[in-house]
Design a protein around this ligand. Structure first.
Ligand code: LRH
Ligand code: MN
Ligand code: MN
Length: 390
């Protein structure tokens, strides 16, 4: 690739950051208060805009309803745009109402299923008013015990509710369906893996796509292969990036397995370069909740880790890779990948940032810019809380 092509590719990269990654979140054991953490959607959007100003590649903020609430969504859209960011995916909350104890779209009681669908329809309204493109659905639905409910009936209930919300989606929008094999349900989850998500979406239509959250796989799953398969089917809608060692750990993406993240980007770059339809339409989102990390720095680090993985993947010698593969040269092909991964892309990224008027070292600019100190002064520190009752 020429330098101009590399710069153009780097400038096209866009990662959504999640509003819920800027506030205080914790585990069931404890929520620690971080001084100056965002307290409401306005502050979350302002923080997302800071991450975009420093990185140049985080132009949208994803919302979670009703964690994010306002009286007037178009006012929030205007506020975001004035800060230089747009509204990303809209995420309904189908897991925190008391009514959803036994599920939402899969609930045995039709009245509860109707309530869940009504909430998603409200979220589609939010999508209309904010100009968002993606409705992103994740379900906590599942069973804790064998025999607890009728598994086939639950699948049918999902089919019905999914088709109802898909029909209400505006033409320009897409439905992304996220899968997860466990938690909070521990015997069966209704949309447990990419295959179940894919089977549901085939029945809906072309604007229904699978969302891959890196934390939502059982140990040993080959996520790159899932991504390649979905790309080839034209059904890869987007990502929720995070780092995992055990499961849905929600750590900083790239912090545990940088080679795995690189391999994933390598599949995406190959698909882009080889003109796979839909490869340039994939939504890239961070989905992390930072329990002990400084909020802004954690998000900025995450975005930059994705940028580094992408920049390394752009170094791939595609011709050499495909030639080695065709010749059956197992380790030669693997070596082409290793060479790209081993490239030090930091000088390239510094030069690209300087050419775009961005800070050459965004993390340093964040630390030296006094953002955290100002937020702590202006917003104060919430009371710590959460966790098991004591
Ligand atoms: C579920 C999940 C899903 C939710 C988010 C808060 O584990 O990944 O995307 O919407 O966490
Ligand atoms: Mn997720
Ligand atoms: Mn998750």
């Amino acid at each position: 690739m020429t330098q101009a092509e590399l710069y153009a590719a780097l400038s096209r990269q866009a990662l959504e950051t999640p509003s819920w990654g800027y506030g205080d979140t914790g585990t069931r054991f404890k929520t620690f208060a971080y001084p100056g953490a965002a307290r409401n959607v306005w502050e979350r959007v302002a923080d997302a805009a800071t991450v975009h100003r420093l990185s140049g590649i985080a132009p949208r903020v994803a919302l979670h309803i009703p964690w994010d609430r306002v009286d007037d969504w178009s006012e929030l859209r205007g506020f975001a745009e004035a800060q230089g960011v747009g509204i990303g995916a809209i995420n309904p909350n189908l897991f925190q109402r008391d009514a959803f104890k036994l599920g939402s779209f899969g609930h045995p009681d039709e009245a509860v299923r109707k309530e869940a669908v009504a909430h998603v329809l409200e979220c589609i309204e939010v999508l209309e008013q904010t100009g968002a493109k993606d409705l992103s659905l994740w379900f906590a639905d599942g069973l804790n015990y064998a025999g607890q409910d009728d598994l086939r009936a639950r699948k049918r209930r999902f089919e019905d509710a999914l088709s109802e919300v898909y029909a209400a989606l505006p033409e320009r929008a897409r439905l992304l369906l996220e899968y997860k094999p466990f938690e909070p349900a521990f015997y069966a989850t209704d949309v447990a893996d990419w295959g179940m998500a894919y089977a549901h979406l085939l029945k809906l239509g072309e604007r229904a796509l699978v969302l891959v959250d890196l934390g939502h796989h059982l140990p040993g799953a080959n996520v790159e292969q899932i991504v390649a398969f979905l790309l080839s089917e034209g059904r890869l809608g987007g990502f929720h990036f995070n780092g995992r060692r055990y499961a849905d750990d929600d750590l900083i993406v790239g912090s545990t397995d940088p080679f795995g993240l690189f391999c994933l980007y390598a599949e995406l770059v190959l698909a882009e370069r080889e003109g796979v339809p839909g490869a340039t339409e994939v939504s890239y989102m961070i989905d992390q909740s930072h329990a002990i990390e400084p909020k802004l720095e954690a998000m900025l680090r995450s975005v930059l880790n994705c940028q580094e993985a992408y920049a390394k993947a752009l170094q791939l010698d595609v011709g050499a890779l495909r030639a080695a593969q065709a010749a059956g040269d197992v380790l030669g092909a693997h070596g082409v990948l290793r060479d790209a991964f081993a490239t030090d892309v930091r000088p390239l990224l510094r030069a690209w940032r300087e050419a775009r008027g961005l800070p050459a070292d965004p993390l340093r600019a964040l630390r030296e810019g006094g953002y955290d100190a100002r937020n702590a002064r202006e917003r104060g520190t919430a009371a710590a809380g959460g966790g098991y009752p004591t």
